[in-house]
Ligand binder design. Structure first.
Ligand SMILES: *Cc1c(COP(=O)(O)O)cnc(C)c1O
Length: 390
């Protein structure tokens, strides 16, 4: 099976990585293994950068902290969005310029803020009074942007409630930041991860623009719009080419904020998901009763070993096997750990070849984001997801 972008014509840089498939086919793996093609990350970086034009790309390191990804992105001139001291140290150790790192988590340990400040990082996210106090104390004079709550946009992996402040508090937090000696430079938001269509950004951008206007009225000299992540990967539903998608988003941003502000984008998934596949193995195919319509297919990888984004069946991965020429039938897909939470797809079963059996190789497509970084260290004694970079 050949997995392609829905719109394939717009840029020749982005091609499905047959190198990954060739590598997987030529090798045996004794545990679930994420195989990453770093050249594919580079192609995706160029494709997104072409659409994002003047915006700075801050790669959301949490999507995949593989050192080879960070190194390649440093070489390409990417900036980085770090969630923790560990991610900051990783980026710095691989040559990132501290002036190109933002500390974007709105919930930071005070000592980590001090560490970041001493390391030369000067821009921090905040969405609450206490966070501003921590930043003022540990990174005096730093730039801050206020993270805003936005309504759910229809993203497949929404991020709406946990982070951000509501409209009525945003300007007050900017006032407070200024009074604490910080520099409130702008706003940020996250439209929701895996936002499949650029049109889905419109409402969110309207909400942010309204707050932006209020802040300007209140006398804040804002210069930064951080548009976060949300850039989609191909999981079976049609998505636009990354360049077209990003250009469309930028067009909507410029229509609302004009040409003056500096724009930061923080792609995670959209940059690395399509650069990786997981080679996994079928451990058992069974039926629970003679008249069971669905087979149960148990894999050697599950929710706790890399496929956490199957929670609520939110992200629907695609699978390929060596039997894809056979007819298919519906399967409930489950992972190997000894708990009932580790069922991947049951509400919407997955169509898999009728002849599938234990020992078969199964390849999970476009898994470069939020898999290795989500894998437990050894739940049930299963090893963490192995990562190979080609
Ligand atoms: C996780 C995260 C991102 C990356 O989101 P994607 O949807 O993977 O692109 C960007 N910014 C922030 C603040 C995040 O927490």
């Amino acid at each position: 099976m050949h997995v392609t972008h829905a719109d394939f014509s717009a840029a020749s840089a982005v091609v499905p990585s047959s190198r990954l498939d060739a590598f997987v086919a030529a090798n045996r793996f004794d545990k679930p293994t994420l195989v990453l093609d770093i050249d594919r990350v580079e192609a995706q970086y160029h494709a997104l950068a072409a659409g994002l034009s003047s915006a700075d790309i801050h790669y959301a390191v949490k999507a995949n902290p593989a050192r080879q990804i960070i190194e390649r992105l440093v070489a390409l001139g990417s900036h980085f969005d770090a969630a923790s001291r560990g991610e900051i140290e990783l980026c710095l150790s691989l040559g990132a310029d501290p002036a190109h790192i933002s500390f974007g988590n709105t919930v930071k340990r005070a000592s980590d803020i001090a560490f970041a400040h001493q390391a030369g990082i000067d821009i921090f996210a905040a969405d609450a009074e206490e966070e501003l106090e921590k930043i003022a104390e540990n990174a005096p004079g730093a730039q801050v942007y206020i993270r805003l709550i936005v309504d759910a946009s229809g993203a497949d992996w929404p991020l709406t409630r946990k982070f951000g402040t509501s409209r009525d508090k945003a300007v007050r937090l900017m006032n407070m930041a200024r009074d604490l000696g910080l520099a409130p430079v702008g706003v940020s938001f996250h439209v929701g991860s895996q936002t499949r269509k650029p049109e889905m950004w419109a409402d969110t951008l309207d909400q942010v623009a309204a707050i932006w206007a209020e802040a300007l009225d209140a006398g804040h000299d804002l210069s930064l719009v951080n548009i976060g992540g949300g850039f989609p990967a191909f999981y079976g539903d049609e998505i636009a080419h990354p360049t077209d998608y990003a250009a469309k988003v930028m067009e909507m941003v410029r229509a609302r904020f004009g040409d003056t502000p500096r724009v930061m984008a923080e792609p995670g998934r959209g940059l690395v998901a399509e650069a990786g596949v997981i080679a996994a193995e079928v451990l058992l195919v069974s039926r629970k009763s003679d008249d069971d319509l669905c087979r149960w297919v148990f894999l050697d990888i599950g929710k706790f070993s890399g496929l956490a984004e199957t929670i609520d069946e939110a992200i629907r991965y695609q699978f390929t096997t060596d039997r894809d020429h056979e007819d298919t039938g519906p399967c409930i897909l489950a992972g190997p750990s000894c708990d009932s939470a580790d069922v991947l797809y049951e509400k919407r079963p997955v169509a898999l070849p009728v002849g599938l059996k234990s020992g078969d190789r199964i390849v999970i497509r476009n898994c470069g984001a939020y898999t290795s970084s989500y894998s437990s260290v050894g739940f049930n004694g299963f090893p963490p997801l192995d990562v190979i970079v080609i």
